[in-house]
Design a protein around this ligand. Sequence first.
Ligand SMILES: NC(=O)c1ccc[n+]([C@@H]2O[C@H](COP(=O)([O-])OP(=O)(O)OC[C@H]3O[C@@H](n4cnc5c(N)ncnc54)[C@H](OP(=O)(O)O)[C@@H]3O)[C@@H](O)[C@H]2O)c1
Length: 282
Amino acid sequence: MLFGSSVLVMSCVTTWDHRSPFECARVFNAGGARLVLCGKNWEGLESLYAALTSVADPSKTFTPKLVLLDLSDISCVEDVAKEVLDCYGCVDILINNASVKVKGPAHKISLELDKKIMDANYFGPITFTKVLLPNMISRRTGQIVLVNNIQAKFGIPFRTAYAASKHAVMGFFDCLRAEVEEYDVVVSTVSPTFIRSYQAYPEQRNWGSSICKFFCRKLTYGVHPVEVAEEVMRTVRRKKQEVFMANPVPKAAVFIRTFFPELFFAVVACGVKEKLSVPEEG
Ligand SMILES: NC(=O)c1ccc[n+]([C@@H]2O[C@H](COP(=O)([O-])OP(=O)(O)OC[C@H]3O[C@@H](n4cnc5c(N)ncnc54)[C@H](OP(=O)(O)O)[C@@H]3O)[C@@H](O)[C@H]2O)c1
């Protein structure tokens, strides 16, 4: 078994029927990890549990534990993290897969919503991490994975709160990585650009060969939830530090933002002007 009974806590998996959190739960469950699945919607967690156990081989997998968790409620996060430690004695791997998204002009998004995004995307994951960290440090082992977004590396208009929270959480884990290295605790970030829905999966079409499938996947915009889950699994197994799951255009954007910021800002501003000049339908 790949993860031979490691205790693996994963946050935010309730929209299991689409997106990457469900796929992550599936690959780690199949790999033999003892999963603790945390989400804010009990029915969603139960559906996820049913989906996982219906395909799992009981001789090779553990029954997942379900825990209600609202990441934007800091005291709830602290309680859940302590409960998991009390129950299992340790956590080997923590996967922060949380996400609340918001899109719109900054002046139309309330401060209250900005704070909510920060709580769920920044304070939630760091609180979870801070409660589990002393145990990992004393055991001199552990891995913390953050599923983030390439928007942690550059800002995109109309996503101020989301991008800010992703920058903040990336900054926290980048600093933490060096701090905990001497205790053999690994900090990993996996940052996709855009995660497609299942419907857009090229495999559903009748591709003749695997080479064709490979190139189709690479050229199609965005990554599939299965690819994200497989990359998270590889990141854990190989103890990778930072992964960007992006095609060359967003990777070039990160490069341009770093070395030619004025060019980057001009291109982005141009895009906004073009968007605003298109008359809205209706
Ligand atoms: N989607 C993309 O295109 C994309 C691109 C790059 C990076 N990412 C990152 O990849 C990760 C997964 O995103 P996704 O889009 O694949 O998944 P998703 O479908 O957006 O699912 C995110 C999960 O977070 C849960 N959640 C939201 N607020 C929560 C809270 N306060 N407490 C507990 N759970 C909460 C949601 O639960 P409910 O279902 O109950 O609301 C949902 O299950 C995120 O970190 C995201 O930033 C996504």
